[in-house]
Design a protein around this ligand. Structure first.
Ligand code: SF4
Ligand code: SF4
Length: 70
């Protein structure tokens, strides 16, 4: 069953790479070495990236019902 909460990277990423190493499903990659980005299709909402991002660049958001059915 899909989680209701997922996470995305907003401004403030300093490319420390912590979240990339923490993500259990490898949902996070880099965009041209300037910011991490989370693949919402892969993210299982565990919150590890969010809990370990020092500059608080990662934020939770609620997944809409239609997206969870995809
Ligand atoms: S942990 Fe935060 S600052 Fe570090 S790469 Fe991930 S999003 Fe960027
Ligand atoms: S919430 Fe968990 S699964 Fe989703 S991107 Fe962060 S570490 Fe990966």
């Amino acid at each position: 069953m899909a989680n209701k909460i997922k996470y995305r990277v907003e401004g403030g990423c300093v490319v420390c790479m912590t979240c990339l190493y923490q993500c259990p499903v490898k949902a996070i990659s880099l965009i041209e070495d300037v910011s991490a980005v989370i693949d919402s299709d892969k993210c299982v909402g565990c919150g590890r990236c969010y809990n370990n991002c020092q500059p608080e660049a990662i934020v939770p958001y609620e997944v809409e019902e239609w997206e969870r059915k995809l």
